[in-house]
Design a protein around this ligand. Sequence first.
Ligand SMILES: [Zn+2]
Length: 245
Amino acid sequence: MRLRVRLTLPALLAGLLLALAPGQATAASAVYSGPGWRIDTANGIHSLSPAPYLFTFADSASRTRLTPYAQAVAAQLTSVTGATFTVTTIIEAPPAEGSCPAEHHMVLGVKYRPTGVKGMSRAWSCYTNRPGSPDHHAAWGGWTWIDSEYWYANWFSTNATVNAAQIKNAITHEIGHLVGLAHPNTDVDGDGVVEDYECVRTTYGYLPVMCAPGLGGYTTSSGGGQFTSIEAPGLRQLVANYGLG
Ligand SMILES: [Zn+2]
């Protein structure tokens, strides 16, 4: 009996090793969503490139107003993803709708009601279309118009801290679209309908900054404008997806 056990055990281990080997070969596969985040595959973005991305500005007034906000977002994106996001002083006209800016340029601008709708901003993103290359479907860049109404007195809240945080969150939301995040809205309450503001929340009850139609993100003075803790894995996954199609 003892002898039989000794012989059987090595055979069993060898079988397990063989079974694991094919799994290891296919372990790296792209992931496009998780609790509180979703990658914008609907607009063709699957990943972030390791090559640097540059924030530029639509005009000098936009540069003056948006530079501090862009710097905070760029610092967080660089820190979380390991990719490089740099705020430049470059002024360049956004391309016509349906076109894209220079590769890895993200053009930021402020405009009154850019979509014609009160309180609405918009981002237009592009993706790299090089089939067979590792950066195929990586974020290319794009541009966004932020609604200038956000700087009207008490636009988001009569609480000055909340108001300031929500201006930052609104800008971070649009930049989030440019780097490849979509709205993570999902049917949390299980009623069969995905509603506005219906997103998985952080431990402390905050909506993701990317939750549609907006007003997500931290509302504290230090947390405003930050991608939330549950969105950081989505940003890291964008980098992890690079080269995976
Ligand atoms: Zn959005």
